[in-house]
Design a protein. Structure first.
Length: 230
């Protein structure tokens, strides 16, 4: 664990160091953790600086002073900019992790995932003799033209996850979603039977047996568009 210094103390110490290095005319120093703009000086004399510079050596802080001081020759200012940008602020103040767009669980997702898991269990009993393993079900916001996708473990080639397109769930009828789940489950059956996961003869045979279209692409009627599977 690192010690948490008080933000105001950090600003005060950093402000003093900058003053000693020649900074003038700054009324206030504010620290931030925004990585897009490291240093700005407002017209009202507020210097906004990334908090990581608290950990910078004097040589880097001198570059900060040059960068914001008036009447610094252009060449020197450009060099100062390069120097201050080269300092790895992120090593000292790591960026806060943001929830990824794709991984975000939205309200209502859990209920939908439970429904899809139930569907997987039902189809497993009805069409695969209950022999398929339980896999994780995920909703994907990234899948725009694909309806569903089976993910295999890179090393073992065992199925780990079935992703269903969020768009598909929102736009198409439940019977279409059922079709997609069954399609992915035929791929799961291929993988767990040691067959290639493709749309070849084994896929087509099994697809006909379970009553789904034996192809990689499907025309989703309710929206009059072609969509494909992974
Ligand atoms: Zn497929």
């Amino acid at each position: 664990m690192t010690q948490q210094r008080s933000p105001s103390l950090e600003a005060w110490v950093l402000g003093r160091r900058l003053e000693l290095l020649g900074l003038r005319g700054v009324k206030k120093l504010e620290l931030h953790e925004n990585r897009t703009v490291m240093v700005t000086l407002t017209e009202r004399g507020v210097l906004r600086l990334h908090r990581g510079y608290y950990y910078a050596p004097d040589s880097v802080l001198r570059a900060v002073v040059d960068f914001v001081s008036p009447r610094v020759p252009r060449q020197r200012r450009l060099q100062a900019e390069r120097e201050l940008l080269a300092f790895p602020v992120g090593d000292f103040v790591p960026p806060k992790p943001r929830p990824s767009r794709n991984g975000r669980v939205r309200p209502g997702d859990l209920r939908l995932i439970r429904e899809l898991e139930k569907l997987h269990r039902k189809f497993n009993r009805e069409y695969f003799g209950g022999k398929l393993s339980a896999v994780r079900i995920r909703l994907s916001s990234r899948m725009r033209t694909r309806l569903g996708e089976l993910t295999l473990d890179e090393r073992t080639h065992r199925p780990v996850e079935i992703a269903i397109s969020r768009r598909h769930l929102e736009r198409d009828e439940w019977s279409e979603v059922e079709h997609t789940m069954l399609h992915e489950m035929v791929h799961q059956w291929q993988a767990e039977s040691g067959l290639n996961v493709d749309h070849g003869p084994a896929f087509r045979r099994k697809a006909l047996e379970v009553g789904i279209e034996p192809r990689a692409r499907r025309f989703v009627r309710s929206r009059r568009r072609a969509a494909r599977y992974g």
